[in-house]
Design a binder for this molecule. Structure first.
Ligand code: SAM
Length: 244
């Protein structure tokens, strides 16, 4: 197994901080970056495989939207005792997909996984028993989120599920400050310096836009989902399952 490269992208003072992009530099350190930045990321990835075992229907598709290096797709693929659904992994950042392709070459994966380089707002979704948006919706412009969720809802089979994981904003100001401080402490405890944390925060401003849980829940209802339940939360990071 190849040794994971440590994320040092924001370790040196950057005069001009460019907006965050999923480019070659990020792809090279992404596994380490997301593990040390998103509380509970590994737990969520492992649970996605378990959820898929419950909801994936034979002959259907499982979409992993904003798949990055494919952690969620691989979790679904490896959790299935028998190949059941075809996994369609989509990302519009070619460096991320190239990294995923490299991983696939190194592992023997049971069911077929198709990789598509496209904007998730432009692809068709059909015959889906599971759709995964694992920390991706927060990068889609807020004005486009409802249309995307409607399309996902329409493409799901009866009984199909959406897994939505997001960084969330807290509606109450004191809770927002507390949870932000807790996330800061989480990153410090995992070796990020104050400079790294603040420069990355600047790079992500206006690129990643978190919303509150009530906003997500209302939008899911508007998109047609009949129920949604949060199954995981760690500070200001949560994952929910919405059912058609
Ligand atoms: C935080 S990462 C997602 C992590 C990944 N789902 C996982 O579980 O490891 C966000 C990903 O979404 C992709 N992305 C953002 N907006 C997108 C869009 N409109 N269409 C396709 N991919 C998008 C980015 O390129 C990036 O790889």
């Amino acid at each position: 197994m190849k040794k994971r490269r440590r994320d040092r992208l924001f370790a040196q003072p950057l005069g001009n901080i460019s907006p965050f992009q999923f480019d070659d530099q990020v792809a090279a350190v992404f596994d380490d970056m997301i593990d040390r930045s998103v509380p509970g990321y590994r737990t969520i990835i492992d649970a996605i495989g378990l959820i898929a075992c419950q909801v994936a229907q034979p002959g259907s598709f499982c979409y992993d939207l904003g798949c990055s290096l494919g952690a969620a797709s691989l979790s679904v693929a490896l959790a299935q005792k028998q190949p059941s659904c075809t996994i369609i992994a989509v990302d519009n950042a070619w460096p991320m997909l190239a990294g995923f392709q490299q991983k696939l070459r190194q592992q023997k994966i049971p069911p077929p996984i198709q990789l598509i380089c496209a904007d998730i707002r432009d692809i068709a979704i059909q015959n889906a028993s599971l759709v995964i948006l694992n920390f991706t919706l927060q990068f889609v412009p807020p004005t486009d989120r409802l249309a995307l969720l409607r399309k996902i809802h329409q493409g799901l089979l009866p009984g199909g599920a959406l897994i939505l994981s997001e960084k969330i904003a807290l509606p109450e100001a004191r809770q927002q400050s507390l949870f932000e401080a807790l996330h800061y402490a989480f990153k410090k405890a995992r070796g990020y310096s104050d400079l790294e944390i603040s420069q990355k925060r600047s790079a992500l401003e206006n690129v990643m836009i978190p919303e509150s849980l009530p906003v997500h829940a209302n939008r899911l209802t508007q998109a047609g989902f009949s129920s949604c339940e949060v199954w995981f939360q760690y500070f200001n990071f949560m994952s929910l399952v919405a059912l058609k």
